[in-house]
Design a protein around this ligand. Structure first.
Ligand code: FAD
Length: 588
């Protein structure tokens, strides 16, 4: 393997001694190169019986290597081929920003950060256990890439005792590293972060002390709650997830089918960046847990822009990294993970603190369960419950939660099998969205006979209506969906008009929980060193793109892990972010 990074012979003994018996290990590499260092560490981790259960690897790069370069870098190392094969599947859409790749059955988490070095270092929010500094400055002088600001930004990502491995090209940096707290003894290639001053941190509202793994209750078993439960269980938490309904996915997540598709905007706003990261993570979960073609399919989605946002220079965008997906199936798969226990028919009506535990009580005041940590993932049900708790927990500062409202939605649907061939011929082969959406050719299983040959259905959606207004009749919402369809796909709209008029169209409806700034709420509900009340809600119309990312973000804060997105973007989701100012756009 090329020695542009730290020689693996030096890497392995140091790491295997340092990480032995620990639950997780966090690596920061300042230059991903062609991936040689990452592959070497992953291989060492895989073959070390004492290696930690979770390996976090954050690698920075100004330009990610091509797929060809990635494959070539391991060409001479047959033992790495299987790793490269797994990594290859993730090598798509590596635009500037953070890209989380879940590898090795979820035990190796690679976060590839693309951008300018100092900026990327400043956007990190974790303390590395070991750092690889490998500048690879064949074309740019070392001093142009690494100056005292870059070294200070690196030091900010270290805890006392962080190991620092240097490549030979980084050895001249000793003179910059030593004043920033890095010490070197006999071995010039390995140092340690051990400043002679007290380390001070000012990292905003992020929790930097890992919580001791224990018991957790999650309220609400939709996409938000189930993904949080699975993310925490993977990290060793015992999670009890409660829902008022007898079965999971009884709220908006009971949607028969929806789209996992990135949001695009001229200014690449927070919602767009978040959706890109979220879609990547959601598709990884789907590949791992769902039946392709039955529960989901990565068909891609054609987005037609009909709303005057054509300054994006395209009237249609094909999103290759996009899919249709049945959320109920995914919720069930998450609840089946080891460490997660679901209890239905359990409406949480109040909470009481007893010692270091929370008691969750039902409408009769009876205890449902108790836990050290509680996550409110009950969408629009969270705020009333929190308001009722305010007296018991005066530190709850609900004024700092952005306003949330309910937005009703109705999805119109029918079976292809009962539509004439001439009508079916007008359906696209894959989903189309824009103002509204059409999702065709979705297999549906008969509830009464799961072995029966599956039929196919089409879905056209979805209406929007603020839930404070009196509910509109279903027929009115169906017609609103038809009007949107006529704009999106005029010929199909005309063909389906008789179906809508003769009331042959079925409906599914529920309410979305929407924040004023359209960003979910993720984080602690009180400002404290070890907050025990957390929220993960406000997924709006994009729960299928946001939920996994939000769950990973919450779990990362509990474990002081690298975040799946940059710190600045993560901060925009803070639950206690104050009142939003943007007016809601009902079509968004
Ligand atoms: C018509 C329509 C179309 C949509 N299309 C898409 C789409 O194409 N793509 C997409 O990404 N998103 C779509 N969405 C949005 C998506 O469905 C939501 O963002 C997502 O399901 C929200 O998940 P959640 O877990 O936050 O909320 P929910 O699924 O509503 O779950 C909240 C749960 O909390 C429970 N609960 C509430 N209060 C309590 C309590 N006190 N005690 C116990 N349990 C409680 C409820 O019973 C419920 O099960 C659509 C939504 C609608 C309505």
């Amino acid at each position: 393997m090329a020695d542009s990074a730290i020689a693996s012979s030096k890497t392995r003994p140091e790491l295997s001694k340092a990480w032995a018996g620990l639950p997780s290990w966090r690596v920061l590499e300042t230059n991903f190169g062609h991936g040689e260092q990452f592959l070497s560490v992953w291989h060492a981790w895989k073959n070390d019986p004492k290696a930690p259960r979770l390996l976090h690897y954050v690698a920075l790069t100004d330009v990610p290597p091509s797929l060809e370069a990635l494959v070539n870098c391991a060409a001479q190392h047959p033992e790495l081929h299987v790793l490269v094969d797994e990594l290859k599947e993730h090598w798509l859409g590596l635009t500037p920003g953070f890209h989380r790749m879940v590898l090795n059955d979820g035990q190796v988490l690679l976060t590839l950060c693309v951008g300018e070095l100092t900026q990327l270092l400043r956007d990190q929010q974790f303390e590395a256990d070991s750092v690889f500094l490998n500048p690879c400055t064949s074309t740019t002088p070392l001093s142009e890439v690494w100056n005292s600001w870059t070294v200070k930004a690196l030091a900010r990502c270290c805890r006392r005792g962080t190991l620092l491995g240097l490549s030979s090209s980084a050895l001249p940096l000793h003179s910059e590293l030593k004043p920033c707290g890095f010490q070197f003894d006999a071995d010039a290639f390995w140092g340690v972060f051990n400043p002679h001053w007290q380390i001070k941190r000012s990292r905003g509202a992020f929790n930097l002390t890992a919580e001791t793994v224990g018991s957790c209750a999650v309220i609400g078993a939709g996409l938000a709650g189930a993904s949080v439960a699975a993310a925490l269980a993977k990290r060793g938490w015992q999670v009890q997830i409660l829902d008022a309904a007898p079965l999971p996915a009884a709220g908006a997540s009971g949607l028969p089918v929806g789209l996992v598709v990135p949001h695009v905007s001229v200014d690449d706003c927070a919602q767009s960046r978040l959706s890109r990261s979220g879609v990547r993570l959601m598709l990884q979960q789907a590949r791992h847990l769902l039946r392709r073609g039955q529960d989901w399919a990565e068909t891609g989605v054609l987005e037609k822009r009909l709303d005057g946002t054509q300054d994006l220079a395209q009237t249609a965008i094909f999103h290759q990294q996009a899919a249709w997906l049945k959320p109920t199936q995914l919720v069930r798969a998450w609840l089946a993970q080891t460490g997660v226990r679901f209890t239905g028919n359990s409406e949480v009506a109040s909470l009481q603190k007893q010692g270091n535990q929370w008691l969750l009580l039902d409408t009769e005041g009876q205890e449902i369960c108790r836990a050290q940590q509680v996550v409110f993932a009950n969408a629009g049900g969270a705020l009333p419950l929190l308001e009722a708790m305010q007296a018991a927990e005066p530190r709850l500062n609900l004024n700092r939660l952005p306003p949330v409202h309910g937005m009703r939605g109705l999805l119109s649907w029918g079976l292809h099998d009962s539509a004439p061939e001439a009508v079916n011929a007008n359906f696209p082969t894959l989903p189309v969205n824009g103002s509204g959406s059409v999702i065709p050719w979705i297999p549906v299983e008969s509830e009464s006979n799961l072995n029966a040959a599956s039929q196919q259905a089409w879905y056209v959606g979805s209406s929007y209506q603020v839930d404070k207004q009196p509910e509109l009749a279903d027929a009115v919402n169906h017609l609103a969906n038809l009007e949107r369809l006529k704009q999106l796909m005029p010929e199909l709209g005309e063909c389906l008009t008789p179906h809508f008029q003769s009331k042959q169209v079925l409906e599914w409806k529920n309410t979305r929980c929407v924040t004023l700034d359209r960003l979910p709420l993720v984080g602690p509900l009180v400002e404290a060193d070890h907050p025990s009340l957390w929220i993960c809600a406000g997924m709006g119309s994009r729960g299928m793109s946001f939920s996994v990312l939000c769950a990973e973000l919450l779990a990362a804060q509990w474990d002081n892990e690298p975040l799946p997105v940059g710190a600045a973007l993560a901060r925009s989701l803070f639950a206690l972010r104050g009142r939003g100012t943007q007016a809601p756009n009902p079509q968004d």
